[in-house]
Design a protein around this ligand. Structure first.
Ligand SMILES: [Zn+2]
Length: 154
C-alpha cells in the first residue's frame, strides 16, 4: 500500500531524506522498526502543498503505449477510441516517473494548504522519530523546519 508521509528536517536534500528514511527500511522483515520497502519524494502525493496536479502537467505525459499514440485501439472497439488515453494519443506517466516538483519541499510555517486527510498521515520528526499521528501540530510547533512530501510503499 502507498502511504503519504511527511519528513521534517532542517536539511531537505535527497541524501539527508535517505538518511532519515533508512532506519525504517523493512529489509525483507529483518528490521522490527521497518515501515517501507520503497519510497520517493512527491510521488502520488506530489502537489500536496500547492494543489499542483501532476497528472495534468504535459511534462508527465507520454505517447500512449496502449494504442501506439494513435488514439484508436485496433484490436477492439472502446468508447473514446482508447481506454488508456481516451483518444488523445497521450497518456499520463506512472507516478514513479513524474518530474520532481519543487513545492513538495516547503518550510512548515509557509505551507498554506494542508488537506484534511493529512491528520491521519504519519510523519518523521527532525530527531528521526516516527509518529503515526499529530503531523499538523508538529508542523505548527516547528515552522522553521522543512516539510518533505514522501510517498512510501510497505
Ligand atoms: Zn491510447
Amino acid at each position: 500500500m502507498h502511504t503519504l508521509l511527511i519528513v521534517f528536517t532542517d536539511k531537505p536534500t535527497d541524501l539527508n531524506v535517505k538518511r532519515i528514511m533508512e532506519p525504517f527500511y523493512e529489509n525483507d522483515g529483518a528490521n522490527p522498526d521497518g515501515k517501507w520497502d520503497w519510497y520517493q519524494i512527491g510521488g502520488r502525493w506530489t502537489g500536496l502543498f500547492d494543489n499542483y496536479e501532476a497528472d495534468k502537467d504535459p511534462v508527465n505525459s507520454e505517447p500512449c503505449w496502449l494504442c501506439g499514440a494513435t488514439g484508436k485501439r485496433i484490436d477492439m472497439v472502446v468508447e473514446n477510441g482508447c481506454n488508456a488515453c481516451h483518444g488523445t494519443g497521450t497518456a499520463v506517466k506512472h507516478p514513479s516517473e513524474w518530474v520532481r516538483h519543487d513545492e513538495d519541499i516547503q518550510k512548515a510555517g509557509e505551507i498554506k494548504t494542508w488537506p484534511e486527510y493529512i491528520g491521519k498521515s504519519p510523519y518523521i520528526d527532525s530527531q528521526g522519530g516516527w509518529h503515526d499521528e499529530g503531523v499538523l501540530e508538529y508542523a505548527q510547533a516547528n515552522p522553521g523546519l522543512f516539510a518533505v512530501v514522501v510517498d512510501f510503499h510497505d
